[in-house]
Design a binder for this molecule. Sequence first.
Ligand code: AMP
Length: 452
Amino acid sequence: MTTFQALPLPQELLENLHSLGYEKPTPIQAQTIPLLQANKDLIAQAKTGSGKTLAFLLPLILKLDAQEHFPQALIIAPTRELCEQIAGEANKLARYKKDVKVITLYGGTSLRTQVASLEKGADILIGTPGRLLDHFSRETIHLGQIKTLILDEADRMLDMGFADDILKLVSNLPKERQSILFSATYPENIDKLTKVILKNPTEVKIASKEKEVAIEEFVYKVEEKDKALLTTIKHFQPNLALIFCNTKVKTAEVSDMLHDKGFDVATLNGDLEQYERQEMLLQFANGSLPVLVATDLAARGLDIEGIDLVINYDVPMKTEDYTHRIGRTGRADKSGLAVTLCDAYGLRKLGEIKPELNTQNIASLTPNKNFYMQGEVATLRIDGGKKKKVRAGDILGTLCKDIGIENKDIGKINVYQKNAYVAIKKTVIKKAFNGLKNGKIKGKNLRVWWLD
Ligand code: AMP
């Protein structure tokens, strides 16, 4: 199958795929969509970046039945970020169908708000194992009509110790269902899930290693890591750089150090509230904070376009973590660079997890001491989103027509349920901020914050 047209898909869906810029299926989509449409159970090995989300969502959205009152599909994923990413893709894909309701359920956000949305009904539930189980024991979710179960990044969920929670959830699903498991790797203990959950599954594996080929990897032996980090950034001069540390404390220290040196930095770790994580990622992705310092929380699932340099400030603990971290660059057929900084301890560790990598001397780099990473844009948060029927076009209209900001000075606009965010060139952001504060979007006065 080389085109979406070759599949029995309704015209509106084909048009929607076209409008999303999806012209032809990726290899994993080509292999799995026909199997899933034939209602087979499936175990598929595919990484983030391969188009796996669309591979499982497309057949699912096609088979949703508008008459059902209870959730028809359950998607279990390891992190809040991944749940949101899947939900975003599901909403885009389901645009052509009326009233497909997707709800995300993960920890760190209020149970009560989630229960209130659940009461209004949902077709697809996307959640992390712990929070889903929590809802199930409170009887706030109804799993009796689930026809499709999807486990995404199953290896990661096993790593995080979610196997028992998943098995408990699955034991309460109808036996007659389609079950699908996606995993980037097949660790030995994955049998624990596959044997119980899947019935005669077809296995699909994408053999090609295109992604790795696109990423150039360097290892530097270093004495002072902070200094080496600055040297690396100033030599490679990336547009968007993602730096991994092994601990939350270290992410904070490295961020502070870079901030003191004049860089615009975002930090992502498990200490942050959910909304803070979302805002950090958003400001990184829209270029307001072009450096992100993160724990392994950002190593999987994260799909941000344009990350051209990944730096391991600390050597990761496992080979899989290394693979996932560097997989954040070199996405969407672009090449990427991955640099690992090793002190004496790091070298020993790297020898265990990636013995094939060669070490080079950091002195071979030629840093440009005048290079800094500062956002050309900054972000404004608007206290109104989809719930208040605010659309990107409304924000653009107010900014251009009412306030007089030029289109070229406006960057990415992201609209969520309760908030919207807009990136604006720093040269005109004051004007935009004051204009939005005193003006109206869609006839409403909305509060505005300037994030920095
Ligand atoms: P995933 O592996 O699901 O994280 O997808 C990686 C990225 O590829 C996402 O940004 C998708 O929107 C995009 N994508 C998925 N399918 C296609 C396709 N057939 N053509 C182009 N882009 C796609």
